[in-house]
Design a protein around this ligand. Structure first.
Ligand SMILES: Cc1ncc(COP(=O)(O)OP(=O)(O)O)c(N)n1
Ligand SMILES: Cc1nc(C(=O)O)sc1CCOP(=O)(O)O
Ligand SMILES: [Mg+2]
Length: 211
């Protein structure tokens, strides 16, 4: 498998998803617990607010050498010199991102349909997100639910690193890794936890058993 994507536990964070503490504190605790990649996903913020939050978050993550991915917004990603960007089928397509951001180090793309898998958009991406593995109330504008069989099928078609997202938690993380995912991405399992560090540790331990 591709060494250029060594990440195993991916936190997708927003200010509003952090219900028990400030999002910057949640992110730092999550990193201490074993998160090794973070995405800032602010669907309702203005670009200026998004950029401000991203700067603050990047300052913390840089101390731990944990890369920051920006959701959707190429300008914000470039302005804060993020590690990368995640886009889906309704966003700026990956090839266009590459053309406009030559220095992008990590480009993620959501897979909602098998037909996307051998497309040039997927081929130019650094990882593919299985979107979603299981239905989740955190994001409801999705099409299907891949399930474990879906991960296995995607795994048989592509060699790209696969990120599993959608209702991921410490109970299902091992099955998802066994099915062929390389990395688990979570929102609520960490952002809504009473103790984000402990929640991250639990997930990390589960994942590492299958490394
Ligand atoms: C790691 C990861 N996987 C999937 C998504 C979803 O992206 P997208 O389909 O573009 O939906 P929005 O997040 O923009 O609502 C993601 N953000 N991160
Ligand atoms: C940001 C995101 N993208 C998804 C996709 O299916 O592409 S599901 C999702 C939210 C995942 O939240 P939780 O861990 O709380 O289920
Ligand atoms: Mg998007």
């Amino acid at each position: 498998m591709d060494n250029s994507f060594p990440y195993k536990l991916y936190l997708v964070i927003s200010e509003e998803s952090c219900i028990n503490d400030h999002f910057l504190k949640v992110a730092e605790q999550a990193v201490k617990g074993g998160v090794d990649l973070v995405q800032l996903r602010e669907k309702n913020a203005s670009s200026a607010e998004f950029q401000h939050k991203a700067f603050q978050l990047k300052e913390i993550l840089d101390r731990y050498n944990v890369p920051l991915i920006i959701n959707d917004n190429l300008k914000v990603a470039q302005q804060i010199e993020a590690f990368g960007i995640h886009v889906g089928t309704s966003d700026t397509p990956p090839k266009q991102i590459r053309q406009n951001w030559k220095k992008v180090k990590c480009l993620g793309y959501s897979i909602e349909d098998k037909n996307q898998l051998n497309s040039s958009e997927s081929l130019t991406s650094d990882y593919l997100a299985v979107s979603p593995v299981f239905k989740t109330s955190t994001k409801t504008d999705t099409i299907i639910e891949w399930g474990l069989a879906g991960i296995e099928e995607i795994r048989s078609i592509t060699q790209k690193p696969l990120v599993a997202i959608g209702n991921m938690n410490a109970k299902n993380a091992d099955d998802v890794i066994k099915a062929g995912a390389n990395c688990i991405a979570v929102v609520s399992a960490i952002c809504a936890a009473q103790n984000p560090r402990k929640a991250a540790e639990e997930l990390r331990n589960k994942i590492e058993k299958y490394e």
